[in-house]
Ligand binder design. Structure first.
Ligand SMILES: [Zn+2]
Length: 263
């Protein structure tokens, strides 16, 4: 009860327009600050801090006005920077775990089809779909988006090959995921099963791995060429705290390379 009241007060304060220096790029609101995730970075599990895991901006996480998360805002800024919204006009998008705020703005992108999919759909417009076996036709999509999804998927290599299969050659996959630049190799162990273990070692109760620096090789082996970019190169003028985004989070953009086996 006290926790809920504190949260409401913090949100009300954060929404005050007086002295609001931050701006949500998705709802356009000027806010005093973005709200932290749980206790922020200081409260993150020790292993996550030791491995300097790059993922959500835990200190500037939720917009107090529309509720969108930093990872949605960052993606929107990256997509605008690289002209992906123009490229989406008339295109077909397969969007896993579609975020509400991002979906709302994408409704104006002029997509010819926006297929929203989730293993456990939470809204009526989302179809039930397993990323490991989508049942979709070969080379039928121009874009795939899975924003902070791959770290939840048990068999990510099968999922990546499936995403590559449904993408047209030259199609683009946006695959944001937490990772550690400290880890040489992606870490996953079948013995780590409980929510407590997963929280401590992967960073969240329902994550099943922590990607390391080999993430690009893993994705490449499924037929994706990296088109990734760093915030400092792509968005040098975007002050991260003001827009509530993590400046360490790269844009994980991948291009489906030609594969003769499923034309
Ligand atoms: Zn907002």
């Amino acid at each position: 009860m006290i926790g809920a009241l504190t949260w409401k007060l913090r949100r009300a304060y954060a929404r005050l327009p007086i002295g609001a220096a931050c701006r949500c790029c998705l709802c356009g609101a000027r806010v005093r600050r973005f709200l932290p995730y749980r206790g922020g970075w200081r409260a993150a599990p020790a292993a996550m801090r030791a491995l300097r895991v790059i993922g959500s901006d835990l200190d500037h996480f939720a917009c107090p006005r529309c509720g969108c998360h930093d990872r949605e805002r960052h993606l929107w800024l990256y997509m605008n920077k690289y002209g992906l919204l123009e490229r989406m006009r008339g295109a077909v998008l397969l969007h896993f775990a579609p975020e509400l705020a991002l979906t709302t703005v994408l409704a104006h992108a002029g997509l010819s089809r926006h297929v929203m999919a989730d293993l456990y759909p939470s809204r009526p417009e989302i179809v039930q779909m397993d990323m490991l076996s989508t049942g979709l036709a070969n080379s039928s999509f121009d874009f795939v988006m899975a924003n902070h999804v791959m770290e939840h998927v048990d068999d990510d290599m099968t999922a990546l090959r499936e995403l590559r299969r449904v993408l047209k050659p030259g199609g683009l996959a946006i695959l944001q995921t937490p990772y550690s630049d400290v880890l040489e190799r992606t870490f996953a162990d079948p013995g780590i099963r409980t929510p407590e273990q997963r929280l401590e070692l992967y960073g969240q109760e329902d994550h099943v791995r922590l990607y390391g620096r080999d993430i690009f090789d893993r994705f490449a082996s499924a037929g994706f060429a990296s088109r990734a970019a760093r915030h400092a190169d792509a968005l040098p003028d975007v002050e991260a705290p003001k827009f509530g985004v993590n400046p360490s989070e790269p844009f994980f953009l991948f291009e489906a390379i030609e594969n003769r086996s499923f034309k």
